[in-house]
Design a protein around this ligand. Structure first.
Ligand code: AHR
Length: 490
């Protein structure tokens, strides 16, 4: 077995790992909100105010820190006033981006914020720039956050909510370079400057305003956007969207070449972030503006028998490797990435959960989030690895890793092995404090296409792992092919 030398320096803290890196995204798309999360008032699926209890429990268990809503492309055709008040009178609209189906607006602002309350996570709301007015956005923020008895606030109270919700994270548009209005960066930047002015701060809270940033490699968008908006001193972050687009193939049918391409696209995240960050630094040397990767994940061909625009896909060990590698990148770039939101939460794209009627399954991606949640709020530690490229065509690294220090002084280390055929022995030199207590968990399969189904819901799940030796601060751990491991050291 090839040995890979690694070091973790437990005395060198590199930055704070925001829990928000472990966020998710729920759009009015296919069966994510309706059916997946929200079953309404007359369902026999156990729910609280129409919100599935099993979904809430599962998301609480991974300590979901933040949820983005209502889109996505849907955000720029969503008019929030259509989704408040008496449900029987709410406007029925066509979801033009996602299948031309009718959305009866029964899941609106109050329902979303109730969902966040039940989960115990921060809400992140994306406002409508593409087809909404400045006044509409301004009044939404007022409805969310103002305590003074204005007409808008009295309307909120009449709809059952007296206290403001104090929403902090607010996006000014989504993908305005495409579905959000087909804008040029200069034009969007002007709109950002205008809309942002009227998204007011109420009380002592300050809105964390997120501008629509680039898609993957669109460095020109970042350049033009930053050149214009930096002067306003009214932007906390710009968003970045990066998908592993493999739309010609289904999740469960990836060939070994497809697998390699998917992993290569996921690993590209590292350089993409660095390049955008470098450009951002030209205009913002004080680094006041951060990156929020508010859409990321795999995107395959939809499952047979489902509406192609519902973006319903299975979730395999490939997705687990993508998730682990990406979360390690975000951890290691925690001074750049303030928040990230996997796309999406339930039944759409790289979901952590799939549902079918009353049934719910936790995907391999869910189990990665479950293992990695231990990094939330820790201090990033310096770590390094003499890595291996296992596929010369795609230049893919076998091992991803990140290490962090918990407030109680213990260390948490994650590793993943993207090599589908080969195990590695990691020889980890722990520099600094002494650790003699170790425990580990693993997610592993001998096949990157392995996944959970409604008939076999627990085929892939995390397990206790013991293939290691710890002596004199040297940890020898076997990392099986296609595996994800979390290690706690005390
Ligand atoms: O997540 C699906 C879609 O991908 C979102 O609606 C859009 O923002 C992106 O193109």
């Amino acid at each position: 077995m090839t040995t890979l030398k690694m070091t973790v320096n437990t005395t060198v803290k590199k930055g704070h790992i925001s829990p928000l890196i472990y966020g998710s995204f729920a759009e009015h798309l296919g069966r994510c909100i309706y059916d997946g999360i929200y079953v309404g008032d007359n369902s026999d699926i156990p729910d609280t105010d129409g919100i599935r209890n099993d979904i809430v429990e599962a998301l609480k268990a991974i300590k979901l820190p933040v949820l983005r809503w209502p889109g996505g492309c849907f955000a720029d055709e969503y008019h929030w006033r259509d989704g408040i008040g008496d449900k029987s009178k709410r406007k029925k609209m066509i979801n033009t981006h996602w299948g031309m189906v009718i959305d009866d607006n029964s899941f609106g602002t109050h329902e979303f914020l109730r969902l966040c309350e039940l989960i115990g996570c921060e809400p992140y709301i994306a406002g409508n720039v593409g087809s909404g007015t400045v006044r509409e956005m301004a009044e939404w923020v007022e409805y969310l956050n103002c305590a003074a008895p204005t007409s808008v606030v009295l309307e909120r109270a009449a709809n059952g909510r007296i206290e403001p919700w104090k929403v902090k994270y607010f996006g000014i548009g989504n993908e305005n370079w495409a579905c959000g209005g087909n804008m040029r960066p200069e034009y969007y930047a002007d709109l950002y400057r205008r809309y942002a002015v009227y998204c007011r701060n109420y009380g002592s809270g300050r809105l964390y305003k997120i501008a629509c940033g680039p898609s993957s490699h669109d460095y020109n968008w970042t350049d033009k956007l930053m050149e214009s908006i930096t002067a306003t001193k009214d932007c906390s972050a710009i968003s970045l969207h990066h998908y592993c687009l493999m739309t010609n193939v289904r999740a469960t049918e990836l060939s070994s070449t497809d697998y390699a391409k998917t992993i290569a696209k996921a690993q590209a995240m590292d350089k993409i972030i660095e390049k955008h960050w470098e450009i951002m630094g030209k205009y913002d040397p004080d680094r006041r503006i951060k990156l929020v990767v508010d859409e990321w994940g795999t995107w395959y061909r939809s499952e047979p028998g489902t509406h192609p625009s519902f973006l319903h896909q299975q979730n395999t060990m490939t997705d687990a490797i993508v998730a682990a590698g990406t979360l390690d990148i975000f951890n290691n770039k925690c001074n750049i990435v303030d928040m990230a939101n996997i796309a999406q939460t339930v039944n759409v794209l790289q979901s952590v959960i799939l549902t079918s009627g009353k049934q719910l399954i936790k995907t391999p991606t869910y189990h990665v989030f479950d293992i990695y949640k231990e990094h939330q709020n820790n201090m990033l530690l310096e770590s390094s690895c003499e890595n291996r490229i296992f596929n010369s065509d795609e230049e893919i690294y076998a091992v991803s890793h990140s290490a962090s220090l918990k407030p109680d002084g213990s260390v948490f280390l994650t590793l993943s092995n993207a090599d589908p055929d080969k195990a590695y022995e990691t020889d980890i030199n722990l520099i600094g404090n002494n650790y003699d207590n170790i425990s580990a968990e693993i997610l592993v399969s001998d096949n990157y296409l392995s996944h959970n189904t409604f008939t076999e819901p627990e085929k892939i799940k995390k397990q206790t792992y013991t293939q290691y030796k710890l002596k004199n601060n040297r940890l020898l751990l076997t990392l099986p092919a296609c595996s994800v491991v979390g290690i706690a050291l005390k």
